[in-house]
Design a protein around this ligand. Structure first.
Ligand SMILES: NC(=O)c1ccc[n+]([C@@H]2O[C@H](COP(=O)([O-])OP(=O)(O)OC[C@H]3O[C@@H](n4cnc5c(N)ncnc54)[C@H](O)[C@@H]3O)[C@@H](O)[C@H]2O)c1
Length: 249
């Protein structure tokens, strides 16, 4: 089989970056995107050094035209798009509902929900035209349950789950699968920001049955699986990777 063509949003750090490296190691052609040109070009160079083709396309996922451009550039360069990972996300400011503002709402929903929705819109058009594809949306265990902090993050990640299920139904007959990964704690900059201190991180880790956060590479392995033909009969699902955390809820 020819190398699949993969695009990833928010690919410059954390889970997105690990996913780009994992796909590159599998021999996929990888289009990485994010908001920082220099860091993006340096990641593309790193992926090429793994022996595959790679390109950086700048995209802020809050803007529909930038997500359209990302798909257009991918198809122009590589002729198709087999796998799309809507990974970019923000935790925003973690405030209680009694303190949130319209600006907080706009940041969380424009990044996490609109960014995923408009990503799917153009990815699905391209994949439907070629008759195959796999879209993976990065949600959270807080897309499946509430949390005492970050109501806008929780609500926006629930919305990603809803979009995933609806898109899967719309896309199935076109040969396109759409799934979400619902991540528990994964050791990234976002996890550090949300936890705030080493003490909080240790206390949270103690609530995870496996006793530790996951690594970005472990999350990436699941995403690579969902992008591959080995998951060909899986669509419309949320697949959780959380060290057992949800099993106790
Ligand atoms: N780390 C965790 O514990 C955890 C848990 C559940 C879900 N997630 C989700 O995993 C995904 C990846 O997060 P991460 O943990 O790697 O953290 P991260 O902060 O390293 O990665 C998020 C990436 O998204 C990018 N991004 C944010 N807003 C953007 C925008 N408007 N346009 C383009 N890119 C934008 C950031 O610059 C960053 O590179 C996110 O969707 C996050 O919500 C993470």
């Amino acid at each position: 089989m020819t190398s699949p063509v993969v695009l990833i949003t928010g690919a410059l750090t954390g889970v997105g970056r690990a996913t780009a490296v994992a796909f590159a190691k599998e021999g996929a052609k990888v289009v990485v995107s994010g908001r920082r040109q220099e860091a993006g070009e340096s990641l593309a160079a790193e992926l090429k050094s793994l022996g595959t083709e790679a390109e950086f396309v700048r995209a802020d996922v809050r803007y529909e035209e930038e997500l359209k451009n990302l798909v257009d550039r991918t198809v122009e360069r590589f002729g198709r798009v087999d796998v799309a990972v809507n990974n970019a996300g923000t935790e925003g400011e973690l405030k209680p509902i009694v303190e949130v503002t319209k600006e907080d709402f706009d940041l969380a929903f424009e990044t996490n929900v609109l960014g995923t929705l408009m990503g799917i819109k153009y990815q699905l058009r391209a994949m439907a035209a070629q008759g195959s594809g796999s879209i993976i949306n990065v949600s959270s265990i807080y897309g499946l349950m509430g949390a005492p902090i970050g109501p806008l993050y929780v609500a926006s990640k629930h919305a990603v789950v809803g979009l995933t299920r609806s898109a899967a139904l719309e896309a199935a007959r076109a040969g396109v699968r759409v799934n979400a990964v619902t991540l528990g704690a994964i050791e990234t900059a976002m996890h550090d920001r949300v936890m705030g201190s080493e003490e909080n991180k240790a206390a949270f880790a103690a609530t995870i049955p496996q006793g530790r956060p996951g690594t970005p590479e472990e999350a990436a392995d699941l995403i690579v699986f969902l992008g591959s033909g080995r998951s060909g009969y899986i669509t419309g699902q949320t697949i959780t990777i959380d060290g057992g955390k949800m099993a106790g809820n």
